[in-house]
Design a protein around this ligand. Structure first.
Ligand SMILES: Cc1cc2nc3c(=O)[nH]c(=O)nc-3n(C[C@H](O)[C@H](O)[C@H](O)COP(=O)(O)OP(=O)(O)OC[C@H]3O[C@@H](n4cnc5c(N)ncnc54)[C@H](O)[C@@H]3O)c2cc1C
Length: 530
């Protein structure tokens, strides 16, 4: 006999988005349980101690967290009091060139302008112009849009048409990122650097409709941040927020089926024979294929809905190969001779010299081959010594590589060491003493990502492509873009919903607004700003 336990709501997958939602629902007084397949909560907020070398911590998934301490949920849930702490290093990004030059992005905008001007005066002026023009657009349109359930496309366009900022946004968004950068900037290194940031967001650089992404990034006031103690410290703060409001997280638990009775979601059965009844809702932080196709019996949902879920698309360009190293000293880049600041760069980009390289990266992804190395990473222990033993360092590099290596993801299990060595070689070209200071290293392939976090199908860390209509109210697919599903009481709260993947917490935050609204819970009881 399966044991039956009663809750107001059951949530699936303890990623940060689900935890955001669960913590808000706890504040609303609901009794909830989250089911997580792994032995630890947090999903992409993961910090792992090297088993062979105690004291060396590695952030195996996300590391760069954009503007986290400015997020509404960070403040509402009082995560700083619960142990999270963020730092935003001033030299936020440095693009190192083989000739020793460095293109720099600072938290101080004037210093970024100075760096751009060393490459092109015209481009530094364009940077200032676009930053000034997009600041009000980000603050009055794009920022608020990401922190609310998406508007229907027509309504969104009507609103944009009503203001000068909105009309400007509309015009720029019609371009592709490549068109935007090539029409507005002249220097090849600056073009490459700007497109890299767009590529980081995994948007197809050739796709019209995303031309506004780069000026929006240029205009955002906050840059990349890191969590002191490692990304998992944010996950721990979430878990405390959930548990303090009476929520439960059941680890090592695999859902077998979302139970639908009389057309409503009423609970979740697990593979270990338990049944968790949900009197008010089931919320899934998993992708739509897992939620609607794998966890709901065939024939229960309308065929059209199931077809749309099955057709959900993942990013070709999102998978990462990671190289994590333990070092006796921080990497010493030769570029430091000319630009001493490089030793304090938070994100260091290597191997990128020209925007034409993106064409090669895209075509190699399409054919399943390895392109010439463009990689980026950090040495976290420079900024937070708690991530390595005293006097030692941890560092990492990431590279975008295809999931299906030569047509088969399992080829990664054969190629992992060779590729790790290849990355060490390229890294050493920029930091010649790297191998002398190397104590140990480990790698993680796109296939490993999927094995660890199966919602990131095909290693897609954004949990679904942002192109081809899978944005805004069309995410994950038309009709499902409001965190609700075709089944009453069944909600979506993960990165497959607006505004998408990365550590933003916003799909969970927006779902909390929808779900508490549907349950008739007064906003002021739950959200801090009311
Ligand atoms: C190598 C790498 C580097 C990254 N770097 C960054 C970065 O620097 N900055 C950034 O913002 N983002 C980064 N990301 C992306 C970021 O981690 C994800 O977009 C984010 O974690 C998604 O959050 P989520 O809450 O939607 O889901 P997840 O964090 O993926 O959590 C989903 C949870 O569901 C669980 N789960 C999956 N399937 C099941 C199942 N069947 N049953 C029960 N539980 C299940 C998983 O174990 C996991 O705990 C990176 C990702 C990777 C892989």
């Amino acid at each position: 006999m399966p044991s039956v336990q009663e809750y107001d709501g059951v949530l699936l997958g303890a990623g940060h988005n689900t935890l955001v939602l669960q913590a808000y629902l706890g504040r609303a007084g609901l009794k909830t349980l989250c089911l997580e397949r792994r032995s630890v909560a947090g999903g992409g907020l993961s910090t792992v101690e090297d088993r062979r070398r105690p004291g060396f911590l590695h952030n195996t998934h996300s590391f760069y967290h954009r503007a986290i301490n400015q997020m509404p949920w960070y403040k509402d849930l009082d995560l700083e009091r619960l142990g999270a702490r963020y730092i935003e290093p001033p030299l936020n990004v440095a693009l190192l060139l083989r000739n020793g030059d460095v293109l720099e992005w600072w938290t101080d905008f004037e210093r970024t302008i100075e760096s751009f001007a060393r490459f092109s005066t015209k481009d530094s002026k364009a940077l200032r112009r676009w930053r000034d023009e997009f600041l009000p657009i980000v603050e009055s349109i794009l920022g608020p849009e990401s922190m609310a359930p998406p508007l229907p496309v027509d309504e969104r366009m009507r609103r944009w048409e009503r203001s000068a900022e909105g009309r400007r946004l509309l015009a720029v968004s019609k371009l592709s990122p490549i068109e935007f950068v090539h029409s507005e900037f002249e220097n090849p290194v600056i073009r490459a650097g700007l497109l890299f940031f767009n590529g980081l967001r995994e948007v197809d650089l050739r796709a019209p409709g995303f031309g506004h992404h780069i000026p929006a990034l240029l205009a955002s006031r906050h840059k990349a941040q890191m969590c002191v103690g490692g990304s998992a410290e944010l996950a721990k703060a979430f878990v405390t927020a959930v548990e303090q409001t009476g929520g439960g997280i059941r680890l090592n638990t695999l859902p077998r089926q979302i139970v639908i009775e009389n057309g409503r979601a009423v609970g979740v059965e697990t593979t270990d024979g338990n049944y968790f009844r949900a009197s008010l809702f089931v919320a899934s932080g998993l992708n739509p294929i897992q939620t609607f196709v794998e966890l709901i019996r065939e024939g229960v949902l309308p065929a059209a809905w199931r077809e749309k879920a099955t057709a959900y698309r993942f990013n070709l360009l999102a998978p990462l190969f990671s190289l994590n190293v333990n070092l006796t000293e921080a990497p010493r880049y030769t570029a430091t001779d000319r630009c001493p600041n490089v030793s304090e760069a938070f994100m260091t980009i290597l191997g990128l010299e020209d925007s034409a390289q993106f064409n090669e990266i895209v075509s190699k992804h399409e054919s399943g081959e390895i392109s010439s190395t463009v990689m980026w990473g950090s040495c976290p222990s420079i900024f937070d010594p708690s991530q390595a033993p005293p006097g030692k360092h941890t560092a990492f590099m990431w590279e975008k590589l295809p999931y299906k290596l030569r047509g088969n993801p399992e080829n990664w299990d054969r190629e992992r060491e060779t590729h790790g060595q290849r990355m060490l070689d390229v890294w050493s070209q920029f930091a010649p003493g790297l191998r002398d200071s190397l104590l140990d290293y480990s790698v993680q392939t796109p296939l490993d990502t999927e094995r660890t976090l199966p919602n990131m199908r095909y290693g897609d860390l954004l949990v679904g492509s942002l192109s081809e209509g899978q944005t805004g109210a069309g995410r994950p697919f038309a009709g499902a873009g409001h965190y609700r599903s075709c089944v009453p009481n069944l909600y979506l709260c993960g990165s497959s919903s607006h505004p998408g993947g990365n550590i933003t917490g916003l799909p969970g935050y927006n779902c909390a607004q929808v779900l508490t609204g549907d349950l008739g819970i007064a906003r002021f009881r739950v959200f801090g700003e009311c």
